[in-house]
Write a new protein. Sequence first.
Length: 271
Amino acid sequence: MRILIHEEYDSLSKWIAYYVARKINLNGSSPDNPFVLGLPTGSSPLGTYEELIRLNKAGKVSFQNVVTFNMDEYVGLPEDHPESYHYFMEENFFKHIDIPRKNINILDGNAPDLEKECEEFEKKIGEAGGIHLFMGGIGVDGHLAFNEPGSSMTSKTRIKTLTLDTRIANSRFFDNDISKVPETALTVGLGTIMSAEEVLIIINGYKKARALFHVVELGINHMWTGSMLQLHQHGIIVCDDEATMELKVGTVKYFKEIERHHLENLPELSS
């Protein structure tokens, strides 16, 4: 597992955007050979999305041959609801880039048969050839997507009941009224994430420091589902200094030293 520690959020976001863009460009994508990208919502990826939009408009990367799969969606929220993940992705990313609409895949939280919706989502990922790079954020309790503490480490896309902690944390987006936060969501599973060729997790800010500590310095634990990244052959955590406050000084120095070159040199981009 690689850990890249940036001084602040802006440089973290820029590095990730360049990394993703370079992966797309190196793939030599075509309609018959698309680059398959897993995407998150939330505050953590916003800076990355802004930078990817800038790179797209500058002609440094195209999303014409990129297929995306989003991590999750609330159950019962209309797609045009300001807090639905359909709305989030449209407003913060998709409407600003050149991705074909048919290449966008987001779980339908209003599907008449939610279990079938989850099964079909897994099937679509398989038909696309699997996910090349799955980008994600992490919750303060260490969860990935809506794989709450206690989730199976081999789980697939499914319906998930949200914990009280998650609903309280997300109530800030619903007028601080927990009664407005959906109690269930559709989410990719930990097994779904682990099946990607590469997984990149964004962890920023002091409020995520405890989660980073559990994910990096303690063992694999289904109560801190992000810790499963320790088992991935190509797992990357990109974090900022604030998020490392619970790590040992030696741990921080070690990863900063071995990744110094990567932090000082952004990948070259060729459009």
